[in-house]
Structures are given as C-alpha cells and as structure tokens.
Design a protein around this ligand. Structure first.
Ligand code: BYC
Length: 329
C-alpha cells in the first residue's frame, strides 16, 4: 500500500497519466478502486462519500426521535424500517469509502472531532409528528434529486451503492408524502401542523444542495471528474419545480413570497435560503449540532467493547486457521 502511494504521489505530476485518466472519465468509463487515480480525486471522493455516509447515520437521529411516539402500529413499523434503511445506506457508503484506503474508524473519528461534516439538514429538530412527514417528503425528496444522478458518478463503488440507496429513498419519499397528505387532509389542527412543518423545513431542505454555484468551492473540479453530475443550483431548481405542485395539491403554502412561475426558464423563481444561517450551521451553531455529535460520540464510546470483542474474535479465528494449516502441512 505504501509503495503504491509513493508511486501514486510521483504520478500526480505526470501530465500523460493525468490526461489518460481524464480521457477515461470523458469516455464515461468507471474508475475502480485498484485503478490509478490522482490523489486529489481520491481525496475528493473520500470527503464526499464520507460526508454522505455520516449524513445517513446522523440522519437516523431526528427520525428515531419519533419511533416510540408514532401514532399507529403501521406508522411505527414504516418508520422503523426507514430508519433501518438509513443505517444500511451509511454502511454501503462507508464500505465504498474504504475501497479508497481509509477505514471506517478513521472517518468516524474525523466526524467526532469536527474535521468532517454531515448534511446541514440534520441539525434541525423534529418537533411534531408532521415533521416526520416533512422529512420524508422534502428531505428524502431533496436527497433523491441529488442522488439519482450520482448513480452515474465516475467511481464504481459509489455509483453502485447509489442504485440501491435510490430505490429505498423513493419509498421513503412516498411514505413521507403519504403521511403529510393525511395530515393536510385531516382536522384544521392537523393541517396547521403540516403547514408549520413545511414552513420550518422548506429553506433547510433547499440548503441541502450546498451553496449557490458562485460560492461552491468544489463543483467545477468535481464535475470535470464526474464525481458530481449537476451543479448545486441546477438540482435546487429541479427540486423546487418538483415540490411546488405537490404543496399546491396538498393545499399547503410554500413559505416564499417571491415564488413565481417563470415562462422563460420554464421553472419557478424562488428566494434563496439565508446563506448566513447555512454557514453558521456548518460551523456547529445550528439548533441540534451539539446534540447530534454527543449522540454519535456516546454510540461510539458505548460500542467500544463490542468492536474490541469482534476484533478479538477475528484474531482468534485467524490464529486457529493458521494453526490448522500448519498442522495439515
Ligand atoms: N451540509 O463546494 P461545495 C440524506 C459543504 S443524506 C453540510 O458545493 P460539494 C438522508 C461542503 O462539504 C444527504 N455541508 O461542496 C439521510 C464543502 O465543505 P468542505 C447527504 C455542506 O461537496 C437520512 C462546502 O460546503 N447527501 O439525504 O461539491 C435520512 C462547499 O460546498 C452542505 C450527500 O451527501 C450541506 N448541505 O457539494 C434522510 C450527497 N453543502 O467539505 C435523508 C453527496 C455543502 O470543503 N454529496 N457543504 O469542508 C454531494 O452531492 C455534495 O457533497 C454536496 C456539496 C452537493 C452536498
């Protein structure tokens, strides 16, 4: 591994190798873990896939908060299944990142020390049952908008993980829309709860796509490498165009006075989120940042004995395997 890394570092300055790599990307070829890749490509992928994996894991917390309070057995079963799916998504993504030479433990330690991010959206609280509908409808809706194109991303393990994740996210979005529809068509009080959830989750959902294109640090290079397929603003626009008619169908009002259909662009004009709030949440000052990291830290600390047990078991099994092999020779 070390020798491979030294070779790879030297090769980063080799124009012919870099051009050949870019030509593979331009031809739509998939890059696989054992292929040569520039260090910056590897680093960008580790950052994005790691952040994505952390988001799936931290994303269980706001929804897990409602499992014990779901109003019916059916809703509880659906929510449990959804939260379990998110754990699975985190695991596929950590595995995809591991093929790039990092360990899951490394990534977790970077999350806990604040060196790695997770999606800003999960720093907002789920205050009412209607929020669970809004999370499925808006948050999973935004996630799918971003993730469907990632099925065509240039790194093989990431693209393949996305196929299954997108199928499950579609189910998540549908259950959220179903839940919010029931609320919106329920009593006046239930409809007010649905409206309140939309009011609170609208702008944080728009922020999920990242800063506006002019402020996006990584988009240009990530798109050249087909790590990203669309810009942040393109996906945000698609999300608004998809979601506004859904809100209208529900009889709910998108909390944006500037929302206006624009014939010329064949899409909705809308207000940008408050980017100061976005950067503040990224710095750790959102309503739930501290709680989320404390919960992850506790899970990591409480799980240490189990990880140690697994390693001890694996070591024992390996020595037994070696001893049996020696005895057989
Ligand atoms: N939150 O140059 P930019 C889910 C950071 S899981 C936090 O545009 P990039 C779900 C960005 O990292 C949803 N940070 O960056 C789970 C960068 O900072 P660093 C997660 C953000 O990477 C459970 C800086 O801002 N989805 O939906 O080109 C239940 C500049 O931004 C955010 C993914 O992770 C943010 N919202 O584009 C339900 C999808 N936005 O790293 C649902 C994969 C930006 O330089 N990721 N930053 O310190 C991506 O597509 C891209 O990473 C992003 C950002 C579009 C998010």
């Amino acid at each position: 591994m070390y020798a491979q890394m030294v070779k790879s570092e030297a090769a980063n300055d080799d124009p012919a190798l870099l051009a050949a790599f870019q030509a593979r990307i331009d031809a739509g070829e998939r890059i696989e873990p054992k292929d040569w890749m520039p260090d910056a490509y590897r680093k960008t992928l580790i950052r994005q896939i790691g952040q994505h994996a952390h988001s799936e894991i931290v994303g269980q917390l706001p929804e897990g908060n409602w499992i014990t309070r779901a109003p019916t057995l059916e809703r509880k079963a659906i929510l449990l299944a959804k939260v379990q799916d998110e754990a699975g998504h985190g695991l596929y993504l950590y595995c995809a990142a591991e093929t790039l030479g990092v360990t899951r433990d490394d990534l977790t330690e970077q999350l806990l020390s604040g060196r790695m991010k997770y999606s800003s959206i999960f720093n907002y609280p789920t205050l009412t049952w209607a929020d669970i509908g809004a999370v499925g409808w808006l948050v999973d809706g935004a996630a799918i908008m971003n993730q469907v194109p990632l099925q065509r991303t240039s790194f093989g393990p990431y693209a393949r993980a996305m196929v299954r994740i997108c199928k499950e996210e579609s189910f998540h979005q549908r259950q959220g829309y179903d839940l919010i529809t029931k609320m919106a068509q329920g009593t006046a009080e239930q409809k007010a709860m649905a409206q309140d959830a939309l009011n609170r989750f609208w702008y944080p959902s728009l922020m999920m796509f990242g800063p506006s294109d002019k402020d996006s640090v990584h988009s240009t290079q990530s798109m050249a490498w087909k790590i990203k397929i669309n810009t942040n603003d393109e996906l945000r626009q698609k999300f608004v165009d998809q979601t506004v008619p859904q809100a209208k169908y529900l009889g709910l009002t998108v909390p944006d006075e500037n929302l206006k259909w624009n014939d010329d662009k064949d899409g909705w004009d809308f207000s940008e989120p408050d980017w100061n709030e976005f950067y503040d949440v990224l710095k750790g000052n959102g309503p739930c940042n501290t709680d989320r990291l404390e919960a992850r830290q506790k899970a990591w600390t409480d799980g240490a004995w189990f990880r140690d047990g697994l390693m001890a078991h694996a070591k024992k099994a390996e020595s037994r395997r070696v001893a049996a092999k020696v005895a057989a020779e």
